[in-house]
Design a binder for this molecule. Structure first.
Ligand SMILES: *Cc1c(COP(=O)(O)O)cnc(C)c1O
Length: 564
C-alpha cells in the first residue's frame, strides 16, 4: 500500500478538483493519466534535445536519433520481441490495424477468403477489416460471446477453417473487461493456417506482454492508455511478415533511394515510418515503460483486482444496479447500468460529483447490439486509484439510485403531447432566462433544467417511430410537430435521458407557438450563451442538442417553403 500511495503522488492530474470535488478518475480504459517522469521527458525533449531524427549532421540530431532508437529497444524488451526491427512506431492501435489491413491483408486476400473477428471488438478492429473485405471480396466472420461475456471458444474453433486467412481479436475487451485466452487461440489459428493479429490496447497497461510466448504474428497497443502521450503507438510484427509487406505510406524516412524511374525502400522498421515521427511521444512512451518496469507489476495487478472486487461488492447492493456481463477472466473494467436511469444521466450525475466515467457504446456498437443495450456506464480502475475512490463512486451511485425512478406522466393520445405541454404557453424562453440566470450555481441551474425536463409530456411507444427519431443524438430522442390554425408550429419531443429531456424543454420553450420564419431566424446560440450553458455541455451532449435544433429548423424550413 505504501508503494501505491507513492505512485499515486506521481500523477499530477489526479490531484485536482472537478466540479467542486476532488477528482475520482475512473475512465482509465479511455486514456490513462501520465506520471511526472513522462511529462518531464516530453518537456525536456523540447527544452534541450529537440532535433529531427535520422538525418541531421549535427550533435543534437545524433542524440535525438540515439534516444529515439533506444526508445524502440525499450518497447522491444517490454513486449519481448525478438528484434528492434519488429517494432514499428504508429499513432496508436487504430493506425496499426489499418496498416496491417492495407499492407499485409490487402495484397493477400482473395474473394472467398475469411477474416475472423469477435463480438468483443472495438471499432478500430472492425472497420479496417470491413474496408479491406470490400476491396478484396474477402468475408468477415464473427465469433460470438457467451451469456456472461466470455468468448465462445467452441464457436471460435468451429469458425476457423482453411478459408480463414486472418484472425484479429482483442486481448482484453474495452467494454466488458473480458480477458481472452489468446495464447491458445493463436495456436489454434496457426493450426488452421491463419495469421493472428492481437489488439492489445487494453492489455498492455495491465498485463505483462510476451509476444514470443503468445506466438502472435502482430500485436498492437497505444501509448496514451499506457501512461504515455497521445499520438504514439506500437505495431509489433514478425520480421518475416513485415519484410514481405509493401510500405503503407510513402514519403521521407521510408526510402533508400528515390528517382523518377523508381524508388527503393528503406529496411525495417523504417520502411513503415514515412515522415517525421512523433519523437517526443516515443521518448515519453519509453519513459512510461521505465516507470512501469521499476514497479512490482504483479502487485499493481493485485491492487487493480482488489479495487474491482470492492466495486462489485459495494455496487451489488445498490437497488437497480445491473452489471453487464461477468467474464470468467476480467480486467478492472466494470460495465453496468442503473435500471432507473439512462446511462447518460448516470455519467452526468457522477461528473457533478467529480467522478469521471465513460458512458455510451464504448466504440463497440456491434457488441452493444448483441447485448441489446444502447450503451453502458463503464468504470475502469487503474493501480493509482484508491479504495476511497471506489467508495466515493459506489456512494454516489447509491445516491443516484435512491433519487428514484424516472417518473413521467404517461400520455394517451398523440395530440395530448402537444396539448399537455406547458412549453411555449405557460413557460417561454424569456421566463426560463429570468429564472435560470438568477441562479448562482451551476448545480442549481442543473437541477432546474432537470425539473423542466420532467414537465415534458411523454411519448407513447407508438409515437417513437423511425420517422420521429432524431439522428445524431447519443441517446434516443424523438420529435413530432403539429401546426395550429394561425400557422404556428408546436413541437413535442421525448428522450430516454433526463438531461436530454431537460435540454429539449429549453429548446421547446423558445420554439413552441412560433411561426416558421421566427424559428428560422431565432438566435439559438445567443439563447444558450445567455443561459450560461455552453460551458457545461460536453461535445457529445452539445451535438445531441444541435441535432434537435437542426431537426426543428428543418421542419420549420419545410413548413415555410409550403407557404410560398
Ligand atoms: C482504445 C482502444 C483501441 C483504439 O486505440 P486508439 O488509441 O484510439 O487508436 C482499440 N482497441 C481497444 C480494445 C481499445 O481499447
Amino acid at each position: 500500500m505504501d508503494q501505491l500511495g507513492t505512485i499515486r503522488k506521481q500523477f499530477p492530474a489526479l490531484h485536482q478538483t472537478v466540479n467542486g470535488h476532488p477528482l475520482v478518475y475512473l475512465d482509465n480504459a479511455a486514456t490513462s493519466q501520465k506520471p511526472e517522469a513522462v511529462i518531464r521527458a516530453v518537456e525536456t525533449f523540447y527544452r534541450t534535445q529537440n532535433a529531427n531524427v535520422h538525418r541531421g549532421a549535427h550533435q543534437l540530431s545524433d542524440q535525438a536519433t540515439g534516444a529515439f532508437e533506444a526508445a524502440r529497444s525499450s518497447v522491444r524488451r517490454f513486449i519481448n520481441a525478438a528484434s528492434d526491427e519488429e517494432i514499428i512506431w504508429t499513432r496508436g492501435t487504430t493506425e496499426g490495424i489499418n496498416l496491417i489491413a492495407q499492407s499485409y491483408a490487402r495484397p493477400l486476400l482473395k474473394a472467398g477468403d475469411e477474416i475472423l473477428l469477435t463480438e468483443l471488438e472495438h471499432h478500430a478492429n472492425i472497420v479496417p477489416w470491413q474496408v479491406v473485405a470490400e476491396q478484396t471480396g474477402a468475408k468477415i466472420r464473427v465469433v460470438p460471446i457467451t451469456e456472461n461475456g466470455d468468448l465462445n471458444l467452441p464457436e471460435f474453433s468451429a469458425l476457423l477453417s482453411n478459408k480463414t486467412r486472418i484472425v484479429s481479436l482483442t486481448h482484453i475487451s474495452n467494454a466488458l473487461g473480458t480477458i481472452n485466452p489468446v495464447a491458445g487461440l493463436v495456436r489454434q489459428a496457426h493450426e488452421a493456417g491463419a495469421v493472428v493479429v492481437i489488439d492489445g490496447a487494453q492489455a498492455a497497461p495491465h498485463l505483462e506482454i510476451d509476444v514470443q510466448r503468445l506466438g502472435c504474428d502482430f500485436y498492437l497497443f497505444s501509448g496514451h492508455k499506457l501512461f504515455a502521450p497521445t499520438g504514439i503507438g506500437v505495431l509489433y510484427g514478425r520480421k518475416a511478415l513485415l519484410e514481405a509487406m509493401p510500405p503503407w505510406q510513402g514519403g521521407g524516412e521510408m526510402i533508400k533511394k528515390v528517382s523518377f524511374s523508381g524508388t527503393t525502400y528503406n529496411k525495417l522498421p523504417f520502411k513503415f515510418e514515412a515522415g517525421t515521427p512523433n519523437i517526443s511521444g516515443a521518448l515519453g512512451l519509453a519513459e512510461a515503460i521505465r516507470f512501469l518496469s521499476n514497479l512490482d507489476r504483479k502487485a499493481l495487478a493485485r491492487h487493480e483486482r482488489a479495487l474491482m472486487s470492492k466495486a462489485i461488492e459495494l455496487c451489488s447492493s445498490i437497488p437497480g444496479f445491473t452489471r453487464i456481463s461477468s467474464p470468467t477472466a476480467c480486467a478492472s473494467i466494470l460495465s453496468f447500468q442503473l435500471n432507473s436511469h439512462h446511462q447518460q444521466d448516470v455519467g452526468l450525475m457522477l461528473d457533478q460529483q467529480g467522478i469521471a466515467v465513460r458512458t455510451g457504446h464504448h466504440c463497440a456498437m456491434p457488441l452493444m447490439e448483441r447485448l441489446e443495450l444502447p450503451g453502458t456506464v463503464r468504470a475502469s480502475f487503474c493501480f493509482y486509484n484508491t479504495f476511497d475512490d471506489v467508495e466515493r463512486f459506489a456512494k454516489a451511485l447509491q445516491q443516484i439510485a435512491a433519487g428514484g425512478t424516472f417518473s413521467r406522466a404517461e400520455t394517451v393520445s398523440d395530440q395530448a403531447v402537444f396539448d399537455n405541454s406547458p412549453f411555449g404557453r405557460d413557460i417561454d424562453d424569456q421566463e426560463i432566462l429570468k429564472r435560470l440566470t438568477t441562479m448562482g450555481s451551476w448545480n442549481d441551474r442543473y437541477r432546474e433544467i432537470m425539473l423542466l425536463g420532467k414537465k415534458l409530456p411523454t411519448f407513447t411507444a407508438a409515437m417513437k417511430t423511425e420517422q420521429s427519431r432524431i439522428s445524431g443524438c447519443e441517446s434516443d430522442a424523438w420529435l413530432q410537430v403539429t401546426r395550429d390554425k394561425q400557422g404556428a408550429l408546436w413541437f413535442a419531443a421525448d428522450s430516454d435521458a433526463r438531461i436530454i429531456r431537460g435540454l429539449i424543454a429549453l429548446v421547446l420553450a423558445a420554439f413552441n407557438g412560433q411561426q416558421p420564419a421566427n424559428i428560422l431566424s431565432y438566435d439559438v446560440e445567443r439563447y444558450f450563451t445567455q443561459l450560461q450553458l455552453t460551458r457545461h455541455l460536453s461535445p457529445s451532449r452539445g451535438n445531441g442538442l444541435k441535432a434537435i435544433i437542426n431537426a426543428i429548423k428543418e421542419i420549420a424550413r419545410k413548413q415555410a417553403g409550403n407557404e410560398i
